[in-house]
Design a protein. Structure first.
Length: 351
């Protein structure tokens, strides 16, 4: 079937069976002659539309990336804070164990961790550490108790021996031979009393300090030097204020042992120098040459250098007591051989 319309401004439409129908373009549109018209203002060309779509997708992607980065940063920050809190909570028992071990090493073995909490590996570690401290505490207490009791028990017979010898020597009819023997016995007896006194001091210094008083080592050194015979040695005093805290009796014993050791192991026409400062006390003396490898043995109980073995000048406990008392006060002691002979002994205490 074929229809046709004729008239101005229209074109013929083909039969619907032979092809699609077309509407004539309005005046000014693109025609067969290639004349270009003006497109409506509310329509976008394909290229411009594609640009708008791509730009919208790009902006949406940037927005997603930005908010994703912000969310990731927030999650990471929360995770770090949460992880730090969990780690701090998990390591808190270990910090407690470390703190207790440090206090035990610096003062005494009487303290325990006594960690509470679930029966996990850290709890077992703390309990094992407490058991070890308990055994060490009992062992050291037994040792100190034995030394103290033995020293007290031996003091009585030594005091009786000294009294009997002095009474015998005080008689007018005592023969000269007996007097010589009595003087020798008094010398031996006095040495044994000094030994017992040193053992008692050593046992006391290894216990936990119960007395903490302000002490100036300069005043202590001045007092000790006034009471110590120097045996014709030259004395140099450089006493600056040296305040510290501790047991005055034990600290006086430290200075006394240092000075007596410097005087006893000296050379004729030698000298002794005692200096104090804010950090502690230093005693320097002339004397025999001391090999550096022999210095650590001087601080061991009853151990002396080869040229000092068998000497009646001391008991072998002087520097041992110095080291023990210094450690009990949280300090330390060092000894360095002096050029030309002698020692430089330094005791450092907390200010």
């Amino acid at each position: 079937m074929r229809n046709s319309l004729k008239g101005p401004g229209s074109v013929a439409f083909k039969d619907t069976l032979s092809g699609p129908t077309q509407t004539a373009p309005p005046p000014g549109a693109v025609g067969s002659a290639g004349v270009t018209g003006v497109a409506p203002s509310n329509q976008l060309l394909p290229d411009e539309f594609r640009k708008v779509v791509v730009q919208g997708q790009f902006d949406a992607l940037n927005s997603m990336l930005l908010w994703g980065a912000v969310a990731l940063a927030i999650v990471a920050l929360i995770g770090m804070v949460f992880g730090w809190l969990m780690a701090e909570r998990a390591l808190r028992p270990l910090a407690r164990i470390t703190e207790t071990a440090r206090r035990v090493a610096g003062r005494s073995l009487h303290e325990r961790i006594a960690l509470d909490g679930p029966r996990d590996e850290i709890k077992e570690l703390a309990d094992t550490f407490d058991s070890m401290l308990e055994r060490l505490d009992r062992a050291f207490d037994s040792q100190r108790l034995f030394v103290g009791n033995a020293s007290h028990e031996l003091r009585t017979p030594l005091a009786i021996n000294r009294t009997l010898i002095e009474v015998a020597l005080g008689r007018a009819d005592t023969p000269a031979e007996v007097r010589v023997l009595g003087d020798a016995l008094l010398t031996v007896n006095a040495r044994q009393e000094r030994l017992l006194d040193g053992l008692l001091t050593l046992a006391q210094s290894e216990q936990e300090l119960t007395v903490y008083e302000p002490v100036d080592l300069a005043d202590v050194a001045d007092h000790v030097l006034d009471q110590t015979p120097l045996n014709n040695l030259t004395l140099h005093r450089n006493l600056a204020p040296a305040p510290t805290m501790g047991d005055p009796v034990l600290l006086e014993r430290v200075v006394q042992n240092l000075v007596q050791n410097a005087v006893a192991y000296n050379v004729p026409d030698g000298w002794v120098e005692v200096a104090t400062d804010a950090g502690g006390i230093t005693v320097t003396n002339t004397g025999p040459v001391v090999p550096a490898y022999d210095v650590p043995a001087l601080f061991e109980p009853f151990r002396r250098l080869r040229d000092r073995v068998g000497s009646a000048k001391g008991t072998g406990l002087g520097l041992s007591i110095v080291r023990s008392v210094a450690r009990a006060h949280g300090g330390s002691v060092t000894a360095v051989p002096r050029d030309g002979g002698g020692l430089v002994v330094r005791v450092t205490l907390e200010n």
